[in-house]
Design a binder for this molecule. Structure first.
Ligand code: HEC
Length: 117
């Protein structure tokens, strides 16, 4: 039992912050990523793909193909699949050679899993 407890304690100490109790939030964690990599094309009167990524409300409105983010179900919305798409594939986001870092993608995925708020 004691061995189990200390192993559990060690695990808690080494688990990344993502797994901590604090949920990932749009305003503090996600907005900076979208502002830097997405908003230049996904905002304004005629946003690409009909999708605005410049506010939480607009994100949940979705784009031409429907909802890009489905709260609690990261794998079901467009957004996470498109940012996971590798360079050269159709509709990869952002387009071109740039790619979000694995850490940024993980954060977005966790945010959606946490309810996308
Ligand atoms: C250089 C401009 C540009 C940037 C930067 C960009 N996108 Fe896009 N995005 C597009 C275009 C163009 C489309 C429409 C593609 C199509 O219809 O085939 C699109 C479509 C999408 C769609 C599908 C919307 C729909 O309903 O059809 C999603 C989701 C998306 N982008 C997410 C993102 C995310 C997340 C980022 C940032 C990581 C990003 N995009 C960055 C140009 C861009």
């Amino acid at each position: 039992m004691r061995i189990f407890l200390s192993a559990a304690t060690a695990l808690m100490l080494i688990l990344p912050t993502l797994a901590a109790a604090e949920p990932v939030r749009y305003q503090s964690d996600i907005k900076p990523i979208f502002d830097k990599h997405c908003v230049e094309c996904h905002s304004g009167w005629f946003p690409d793909g009909g999708l605005r990524l410049n506010s939480l409300e607009n994100i949940h409105e979705g784009g031409k193909q429907g909802r890009a983010v489905i709260a609690g179900q990261p794998e079901k919305g467009w957004l996470i699949n498109l940012v996971r798409t590798k360079s050269g594939r159709y509709s990869k986001m952002p387009p071109g050679p740039a790619q979000l870092s694995e850490q940024e993608i993980q954060l977005i995925q966790q945010w959606i899993a946490d309810g996308a708020r």
